[in-house]
Every structure is written in structure tokens, then in C-alpha cells.
Ligand binder design. Structure first.
Ligand SMILES: [Zn+2]
Ligand SMILES: [Zn+2]
Length: 427
């Protein structure tokens, strides 16, 4: 019997990994420029971390989390998101002791048991940042600016990026808003889906996330959390919006934006692009000023965002800029042991000189070998008995289609060889 991969968990094949590495490289480079350092928490955590951190009533934890006992009966979970893990690590390693503001980023697989569909798998990949230690609304805007810069670096038009922003206030505000929301939604409960009728009792804010159309209609008319926050939170929100404007980041305020996780406080935001259809958020984030204390650390405000790698890879895929990765593809023209030995030696010399090179191991007609070479490399080198005798080889620039004999020593400097080829073509 042939075994297949598990539903919702797919292989990322070599044809795609170049794109993934490109996105990962752009993320690392940019996040580093904004002074974030990478953290790599484990994929498995205590299930309780997410029940406490993300919220037992959220869809992510309640419906979608992979939970299982280990051999001693301890309940574990595959992480459905990373913020709770990063904050757990921040507390566990007392990172607050080292610095007032700790800026961390991560990349990696997350797991949610959802219905697999185009662009949404059960094992998916997220990147994100967490800036832990400041309540300054300028930091919220800096985090948003980093998010915008990332998608701009990956080729989206900065002028067409749109943030949706909202404030959900501090814990006390949320308690008050919960009452306001309940008295609005209570009389309309018959129109809500069965999930939302349950949410109404546990956590009415979650009703605002519901994607069922009949619920959306009821939610549209619900009172806005931004109108029910204390003066300190209102001032914080005004500060955030002011800093967004100062950084040239355009936004609209959206009263129904609450984000599907319980840890959020004050600022919440999502980023979309008009180029891609502005309904679909590329990434989202916000403040979580109570999470550090909730997980056993000191009272510490924090803000961050997370987004899906798959979306970014698809963005790059649109441009389809696949380029040959190797400098040289070396083709021995006979099976003669001397030729084969030379081939290995030339290849080794290229690699030691820092070039990316590979060789043909399966002998084919020359034309076929050249087709393979053209897919993989910028240039092809042929090694045969005459080449060895003369201490030179035939090198071909695969893009330009020109060919000449060059010394074996020169092959480890393909720029020089290509320069000569170009000069020859011009003459
Ligand atoms: Zn407040
Ligand atoms: Zn609903």
C-alpha cells in the first residue's frame, strides 16, 4: 500500500522551496533592520498555554487545536499560533530582566484542524513579531509600518495598502463593552447561528468575528467598542492613529474588527492590499497588554502581528521569476575514466571557489544534456579527451547561446569567462 501525506499537510517541493527561501530571507533581513531578533519556540506546548493565553472559547482553541495526551497523560497541543509561545518563553527566561523592550520575531509551522481549502492547510506557516515592554502608541505604529514594509518589499504597491484599525480597550473597558454588546445582541439572538448563541454566553466579543452572513448582518449594527473605552484607551488610540498618519500609513477605522483571539487589548489592526482585493487580510495584529502577566510574568504591555507565509509565497509566485540557480553545469562527453575523473575534479574546484555547480551523472544525447543544463544553470561546460589534453574546456553561456574554449583555471571565475564570451559575441 502506498502511503500519502496527511490531509491538510502538504509537501513543499523543490520547485517551490526557492520562493519560500526568498520570502524567509526577505523577512529575516527586514525584521533585523527593525531590530527584532529571532526566537524559535518548540512546536509542541502544554495545551493549557493556549486555553489560557489565546482563550478557551476562541475557535482556534475550541474547535481547531490539535490536542493529544503524551504517554504519561499530559495534555499537549501542536501550536495553533506563536504569540502565546513567545510570551511563555519571555516569562520563562525572564527576558524582561535584560532589557526594557524585547523585540522578537519567529517563522515556522502552525497547526489548525480546519477544512483544507486553496491557500489554507492544516499545517501552515506564519511569521510574526512581538515587541514586549512598552505601551507607547508609537510602537504600535512602528509595528504596523514594519508590516507594510514587508509586503512592499515583496512587490506590493505601498500606495495601495490599507490598514483596518480598531481599539477594544483595556480589560475593564471590555467588561463594560461586553454588557453593552450583550444587551444589543441578546434580543437578536434568534437570528444568530448556533455557535454565536453559545458565544453570547461565554464571550460575546467572539460573535463579532463570526463569518456566517446572517450573523454579519446583525453585527454590522452592533455598538462599536471604540465608543466604549476609557479616556486613557481613547487617548492611546488617537495617539496610534496620529503616528500612523505621520508614517504615511493609510487606514480606516472598523468597528467590527476585534480579531479572533482573547489576548488582544487596545489596538487591533489588519493589513490588506487593494491589488489583491482588500477584503482579504494579509496579516493582522495588535496589543496584548495583559498576556505577560496572565502567563505568570510581571505586568508588561506588548504589541505584535502575525501573517501567513503561504500568502506571501503566492504573491511572489504571481511574478514567477524563476532563475537558474547554478553557475555551471558540467557535462562529461564520454564515459572514459579519465574524463570522469577530470569532471569530478573540475566540479570540486568550482565549488571550492564558491561557485554553485553540478554535473550530469546520467549520460544522454548532447542536446538532451543541454536542455537539462539550461533549466539548472547559467552556463554549461563540456569535458572530453581533447579538452583534457589541451588543459581547456568548452564553455557555453546558456542564456546568450555563445560558446568558446577556455582554460580550466578560468572556469572557476565564470564572470571572466562570461565577459570574454560577451566580447566575442559583440565583435
Ligand atoms: Zn481602557
Ligand atoms: Zn455566528
Amino acid at each position: 500500500m502506498r502511503l500519502a501525506s496527511v490531509r491538510g499537510m502538504r509537501d513543499i517541493l523543490p520547485a517551490e522551496t526557492g520562493l519560500w527561501q526568498g520570502v524567509e530571507g526577505a523577512i529575516r533581513e527586514l525584521f533585523g533592520r527593525y531590530a527584532y531578533r529571532e526566537i524559535r519556540p518548540p512546536v509542541v506546548e502544554l495545551a493549557e498555554l493556549f486555553a489560557r493565553g489565546v482563550g478557551a472559547e476562541t475557535d482556534i482553541v475550541h474547535k481547531e487545536m490539535y490536542v493529544f495526551p503524551d504517554r504519561k497523560g499530559q495534555m499537549l497541543a501542536l501550536r495553533p499560533e506563536a504569540t502565546a509561545s513567545v510570551v511563555r518563553a519571555y516569562v520563562e527566561h525572564a527576558m524582561h530582566a535584560g532589557s526594557d523592550l524585547v523585540k522578537l520575531y519567529y517563522l515556522g509551522p502552525m497547526f489548525r484542524y480546519e477544512k483544507p481549502q486553496m491557500g489554507r492547510q492544516r499545517q501552515f506557516h506564519q511569521y510574526g513579531v512581538e515587541a514586549i515592554g512598552s505601551l507607547d502608541p508609537a510602537l504600535d505604529a512602528e509595528v504596523a509600518d514594519l508590516a507594510a514594509q514587508l509586503v512592499a518589499d515583496l512587490g506590493l504597491d505601498r500606495a495601495r495598502l490599507r490598514f483596518r484599525v480598531n481599539t477594544i480597550g483595556c480589560a475593564a473597558d471590555r467588561e463594560g463593552y461586553r454588557g453593552v454588546l450583550l444587551s444589543h445582541l441578546g434580543p437578536r439572538a434568534v437570528g444568530l447561528c448556533s455557535d454565536c448563541r453559545r458565544r453570547l454566553e461565554q464571550n460575546p466579543l467572539r460573535v463579532l468575528d463570526c463569518k456566517v452572513p446572517s450573523c454579519r448582518e446583525i453585527v454590522c449594527e452592533a455598538p462599536s467598542s471604540a465608543d466604549h473605552v476609557c479616556s486613557a484607551c481613547a487617548e492611546h488610540f488617537e495617539g496610534f492613529k496620529g503616528h500612523m498618519e505621520a508614517l504615511g500609513l493609510s487606514y480606516e477605522q472598523d468597528a467590527t474588527l476585534v480579531r479572533g483571539l482573547d489576548y488582544y487589548t487596545r489596538t487591533v489592526f489588519e493589513l490588506a492590499s487593494e491589488e489583491l482585493g482588500a477584503q482579504d487580510a494579509l496579516l493582522g495584529g495588535g496589543r496584548y497588554d495583559d498576556l505577560v502577566a496572565l502567563l505568570g510574568g510581571p505586568e508588561t504591555p506588548a504589541v505584535g502581528f502575525a501573517g501567513g507565509m503561504e500568502r506571501l509565497v503566492m504573491l511572489l509566485h504571481r511574478e514567477d521569476r524563476e532563475e537558474p540557480e547554478l553557475d555551471w553545469y558540467v557535462i562529461p562527453v564520454t564515459d572514459d575514466p579519465e574524463v570522469v575523473r577530470w569532471t569530478s575534479q573540475i566540479l570540486a574546484a568550482m565549488r571550492r571557489a564558491g561557485l554553485a555547480a553540478d554535473r550530469a551523472y546520467v549520460r544522454k544525447a548532447l542536446r538532451k544534456s543541454l536542455q537539462v543544463a539550461a533549466r539548472k544553470a547559467k552556463g554549461a561546460v563540456f569535458v572530453g579527451p581533447e579538452e583534457i589534453a589541451s588543459g581547456a574546456a568548452k564553455a557555453r553561456d546558456l542564456a546568450a547561446g555563445v560558446e568558446r574554449v577556455v582554460s580550466l583555471a578560468a572556469l572557476v571565475d565564470p564572470d571572466a569567462v562570461r565577459g570574454q564570451l560577451a566580447a566575442e559575441e559583440a565583435s
